[in-house]
Design a protein around this ligand. Structure first.
Ligand SMILES: Cc1cc2nc3c(=O)[nH]c(=O)nc-3n(C[C@H](O)[C@H](O)[C@H](O)COP(=O)(O)O)c2cc1C
Length: 323
């Protein structure tokens, strides 16, 4: 398939794997890029510029196709070394960066001077317009359905995507709730130039996470996610489990008095234990409603080929016959 996004990033299929903490390692990013999509390494999981440089080098050994690095800008008392991370991205020859969390304005000159294309992921039309105005090349429009941080507006993709199409001049992909060929065709009908998937890519053979994580996604239904940390204006969509139940009990009891320190046991530093050790109840971990549409654990290539082939089939037969 050819869209503005495949042309912008020089990829074969308009399918992107969004950055994911403790999931977006070189193994997954390379598998997605090799299969013709755009794989993305998660910068902050590496933590230091040295470790990110090694992960970029590892990914380059695994594929000669384009891949990107995600930089998530989080509110933090001790912020990560973003200039250092950007330096190794540039030195490593990476040509695509996915930004998220807040506006990348501060880092745009460095990224643009190095010829890097920036796709900013955000959850509203106003943030998309801001990203466009600071020089981003594309947007990943992340609807309310998404795993991770859906923002505070709660606008699902059936509204958000056509609203983005009505306002934006730069191309965008649909993110949140995307799982299969139907998602891709629908996203394109709503104005997107492709799609970004998180949760669906975790349940693949190459995702370097414990089997329990993949099985938890396959076993979950669309009813099994919860929104946490709303009162901290840091809403996150996670898979329900006993730790999330505990956290939500505290939210109910403390209301607006809840502080981060009240829930630190359920959210801080839990990703390695969950993703690497497969201790699924160790804390809250991001997961999209789309888990209800994930029925298997294919290879990344099988998944992407299936999406693209079935999308072409839907467009050529079903949609053509309707007119
Ligand atoms: C386990 C997990 C971890 C994630 N970590 C990050 C992250 O570190 N930075 C980021 O920008 N997005 C992160 N995301 C969001 C994804 O990149 C993507 O936008 C989202 O999963 C799309 O929604 P979907 O899960 O319905 O496909 C994460 C998502 C999941 C499921």
């Amino acid at each position: 398939m050819k869209t503005k996004i495949t042309e912008l990033f020089d990829i074969e299929h308009p399918v992107i794997q969004g950055g994911m903490h403790y999931v977006g390692f070189a193994e997954l990013a390379a598998a997605v890029s090799k299969a013709g999509g755009l794989g993305i390494i998660t910068g902050l999981t590496q933590g230091t510029p040295e470790k990110l440089a090694n992960e970029i080098a590892k990914c380059k050994d695994m594929t000669d196709k384009p891949f990107g690095v995600n930089l998530t800008f989080l509110p933090s008392l001790t912020p990560p070394d973003y200039p250092g991370l950007i330096k190794v991205i540039i030195e490593g020859g990476v040509k695509i960066v996915e930004t998220a969390g807040r506006s990348p304005a501060e880092y745009m000159p460095a990224l643009k001077d190095a010829g890097i294309k920036v796709i900013h992921k955000c959850t509203s039309v106003r943030h998309s317009l801001k990203a466009q105005s600071v020089g981003c090349d594309a947007i990943s429009v992340d609807g309310f359905e998404c795993g991770g941080h859906p923002g505070e507006d709660d606008i699902p993709n059936f509204i958000l995507l056509p609203r983005a199409a009505d306002e934006l001049e730069i191309p965008f992909v649909a993110s949140g709730g995307m799982a299969d060929a139907r998602s891709l065709v629908a996203a394109m009908a709503l104005g997107a130039e492709g799609m970004n998937m998180g949760t669906r890519f975790i349940a693949t053979e190459e995702a370097p996470v414990h089997e329990n994580v993949k099985k938890a996604i396959v076993n979950a239904s669309e009813l099994d996610t919860r929104l946490i940390m709303r009162s901290l204006t840091n809403t996150e969509r996670v898979l329900a489990n006993p730790a999330v139940d505990r956290l939500m009990e505290k939210e109910k009891a403390l209301g607006d008095k809840l502080t981060f320190s009240d829930i630190v046991d359920e959210v801080a530093g839990v990703y390695p234990t969950i993703m690497m050790d497969g201790d699924m109840d160790a804390g809250a971990w991001s997961c999209g409603m789309v888990a209800g549409l994930v029925y298997d654990i294919p290879s990344v290539k099988e998944l992407i080929d299936r999406i693209v082939n079935e999308a072409e089939e839907i467009i050529q037969s079903k949609l053509k016959q309707a007119v």
